[in-house]
Write a protein that binds this ligand. Structure first.
Ligand code: GNR
Ligand code: NI
Length: 182
């Protein structure tokens, strides 16, 4: 298993629309395992392949308190929606930013393939429903900040770019200090 690098907003690769998985083979099973490892280490309750720069329709979630109920979805489709819910959302690709969205369905029924390529359906509500919708947005190249006002999104983008610059400067000065003076 390997921990993968999570892309961060405003990385343009997060805007890629993922293509369907053609065959659930060992490559996809390895991707699923690596995505779970990356999600649990982050830690997060969900992860879409888009976030680790793989543009195929795979997502993983685990919203259980003990983080012991992993669910992997390949080629997921929402086949029923019901109700509306407002929930505070965050995203591993938009670190440190949380905001309330009013755009999610309260219940969804999802059809997908499991890690053996076998079709299954699941009824979700609460955090699981919100999380699945959040992950399916990633597969379309959409982020939760897209539902916020332009002003908020601009502020979030500036803040993350500034943090990234500061991180980069620290790494660069550490690197420079290793270079001998002569
Ligand atoms: O860890 C995560 N928490 C979360 C909380 C509320 C709504 C959605 C999420 S998903 C997020 C992990 C992530 O970025 N998945 O794409
Ligand atoms: Ni996310």
């Amino acid at each position: 298993m390997a921990k993968l690098t999570i892309l961060e907003y405003p990385d343009p690769r997060l805007r890629t629309r993922a293509v369907p998985v053609v065959a659930v083979d060992d490559r996809i099973r390895r991707l699923i395992d690596d995505m779970f490892e990356t999600m649990y280490e982050a830690p997060g309750v969900g992860l879409a392949a888009t976030q680790v720069n793989v543009h195929e329709r795979v997502l993983v979630v685990d919203v259980s308190p003990e983080q012991d109920q992993p669910i992997a979805f390949v080629n997921p489709e929402i086949i029923e929606r019901d109700g509306k819910t407002e929930a505070e959302e965050g995203c591993l690709s938009v670190p440190g930013i949380f905001d309330k969205l009013a755009t999610r369905s309260a219940h969804v029924r999802v059809r997908a393939l499991d890690r053996d390529g076998k079709p299954f359906e699941i009824d979700a509500d609460g955090l699981l429903a919100v999380c699945i919708q959040h992950e399916m947005d990633h597969l379309e190249g959409r982020l939760f900040v897209d539902y916020l006002s332009d002003l908020k999104r601009t502020r979030i983008r500036s803040r993350l770019e500034k943090e990234r610059r500061e991180r980069g400067t620290r790494a660069a000065s550490r690197e420079r200090s290793k270079v001998p003076a002569i």
